[in-house]
Design a protein around this ligand. Sequence first.
Ligand SMILES: Nc1nc2c(c(=O)[nH]1)N[C@H]1C(S)=C(S)[C@@H](COP(=O)(O)OP(=O)(O)OC[C@H]3O[C@@H](n4cnc5c(=O)[nH]c(N)nc54)[C@H](O)[C@@H]3O)O[C@H]1N2
Ligand SMILES: Nc1nc2c(c(=O)[nH]1)N[C@H]1C(S)=C(S)[C@@H](COP(=O)(O)OP(=O)(O)OC[C@H]3O[C@@H](n4cnc5c(=O)[nH]c(N)nc54)[C@H](O)[C@@H]3O)O[C@H]1N2
Ligand code: SF4
Ligand SMILES: [Mo]
Length: 679
Amino acid sequence: MHNYQNESDGIFPSVCSLDCPDQCGLLVHKQEGKIIKVEGDPNHPVTKGAICNKVRNMTHRIYESRRLKYPLKRVGPKGEGKFKRISWEEAIKTITTRWEDLIATSGPESILPYSFYGNMGRINSEGMDRRFFNRLGASRLERTICSSAGSEGIRYTMGGGFGTDPEDTIHSKLIIFWGINAVSTNMHQVALAQKARKENGAKIVVIDVHKNQTGRLADWFIPIKPGTDAALALAIMNILFQENLIDQEFLNQYTVGYKDLRKHVEQYDPVSVAAITGVPAEDIYQLARMYGTTSPSFIRIGNGIQHHDNGGMCIRTISCLPALTGQWQVRGGGAIKGNSGYLSFNKAALQRPDLLKGTPRSVNMNLLGRALLGEEPPINSLYVYNSNPAIVAPDSNKVREGLAREDLFTVVHDLFLTETAAYADIVLPATSSFENKDFYTSYWHHYVQIQVPVIENYYESKSNTEVFRLLATGLGFDDAAFQDTEEEMINQALDFQSNVCLTDITYESLKDNQYMKANRRTVLDHLTTPSGKIELYSEQMKKDGYPPLPTYIPCKDDEEFPFLFVPGPNHNFLNSTFSHQEKHQKLEKDFRLYMNEEDALEKGIKDGDKVRIWNNLGDCELTVSVGEKVLPGVLVTQGLWADDTSDKKWLINTLTPDRIADMGGGATFFSGKIDVTKI
Ligand SMILES: Nc1nc2c(c(=O)[nH]1)N[C@H]1C(S)=C(S)[C@@H](COP(=O)(O)OP(=O)(O)OC[C@H]3O[C@@H](n4cnc5c(=O)[nH]c(N)nc54)[C@H](O)[C@@H]3O)O[C@H]1N2
Ligand SMILES: Nc1nc2c(c(=O)[nH]1)N[C@H]1C(S)=C(S)[C@@H](COP(=O)(O)OP(=O)(O)OC[C@H]3O[C@@H](n4cnc5c(=O)[nH]c(N)nc54)[C@H](O)[C@@H]3O)O[C@H]1N2
Ligand code: SF4
Ligand SMILES: [Mo]
């Protein structure tokens, strides 16, 4: 394989590093040593050359004038963003000196890492960093902001992160996008659905609280009240049993507890459930009959439903549906919540938990504000990478109050001076993924991919891996684990006997192939629940204090505020990434609040009005879009916009609760309530 960095011109294979299920194959065009264009790799078996606008415009981000070139130290007040250039030596020395002091006086637990998947490369997101913080004995971060509630929910039903192979969904005849804005967030699943529609006459159903781009593409859009999807799924089960639309043989062979479930779901009659969900009883019947009589039927379960108080149970409940109709046995049938199970790698070899002595406390990342303000003994230092908590974490006002603490020593490693970095004492410049060597495992399709560096490091920027090596050396950690090269780490991670899907995939074979598919296995090969079957009834849940059968548990109702509030991501940003790029802002146009006509009339609000939205935690000011896109009583926004332009009050997470979901310590971004008034 070539060393692409040394070639000044050419087209080189790559992979998208963003936190997106599609994990597209890319081709990077280089001229005179610089990237001039990023396009899709037409040979990639799933993504087939199509990529989103966000990444088509990636070149701007890579060479944007505001990209960090050098390490910086803060010279103004926290949050203001005044910094001065320093050398890497000084930066590392400042950090290690401060940490040595903290370790001596308060112990290593006074240091907290904060990261997520700004870069999905496994070495750079959960490799050398984990080794380092294990060895340090720092407080541990529970990385729960995205999918942990639903992952735990589906684990109770199915045993793990295994779903349908998306490539099989071209055979589906019914595709339900349930709580996923797939046009924006999983565009290749939409392409596969469109193919199934064109070639098989497949019907596309979308169940969502907002008629966004995905809803508009549906053959049938079903609006639902936020947080009530479990009730809908239970009513569907009730009808499937009553009308004998179940697969009895499958239930006998592969499931536990269907008889208990049959009795249990009788209480979820379509009329009562219509009152809970806002979905008319006739529609519930129609949907259940459609689901019970169409094969293959496929459900793409999104993140929207799990960012609620009851998110774990809701996903647990929806994931029972394919078992009732035996769809796991049908090619193109079943469901995907996540597919990372097929590509699970040797985490212990990559992350080296053996380097950790003792059991430091752990902090839920969704409670960052609370932890910075109230954790005892206090967190005295925060090290942020691959994430922008000042924008993305719930209850932003609390997060910022914590970040503003004078005695908190904060380091931020990023490509840009993010809102979080503005609070840092030391800022470190990060490479883009095109400058790194890494391997990638999708959480949707079944391919492992490799990234070989395409360009030289931008100015003095360094990858996460390089920085953790420097920090390890600075602290005198002489463990061999910190000497491993990227190649060695990739091979260690992929050498994993217990995942039969990965045999034959190594650094060497990836170098030759760029992407490689996991050995074909089906969901039924991976039923890793305690019983080895699909657990419609779960003894484990009972032990863990949950109802053992799927159940609708209403979200918390903060009665003081009238509107349910669902602030999701948008089409042209990737969480807060790209929210600073003018090009992406222009594509997005404006930050809108979607409101139903009835509500607008009652509140004396017209389309295009400026409004203030608020609750006990914070407030924002947006422009209203009045129409039929949301149900009465529901307000929706899209996008994690920066608020760095002082005339805007757009920090949407000032309104989101820092409550924790029912399972997995998950976030509850979509279970908050607010009020609205015209400005
Ligand atoms: N363009 C773009 N793509 C992205 C991202 C991005 O920011 N922008 N983010 C990436 C990340 S990290 C993730 S986790 C995924 C998230 O992508 P998705 O899985 O699509 O999740 P969300 O967009 O959070 O929510 C999906 C849908 O759920 C709806 N929803 C909210 N509450 C409910 C409910 O109670 N019931 C139902 N039925 N629907 C509900 C919302 O209106 C929204 O349309 O996308 C990834 N891809
Ligand atoms: N209101 C609301 N809030 C949400 C959500 C929502 O739907 N609504 N979604 C939530 C979800 S699902 C998620 S996953 C989180 C995501 O939240 P984050 O993980 O914080 O995602 P980003 O905002 O994309 O920030 C990633 C940061 O990593 C940086 N980065 C990229 N590559 C590298 C690298 O190689 N090294 C270093 N050091 N930095 C790098 C980027 O420049 C960027 O600043 O947001 C959550 N917040
Ligand atoms: S963000 Fe998603 S759709 Fe866009 S290029 Fe990356 S993986 Fe593909
Ligand atoms: Mo996410």
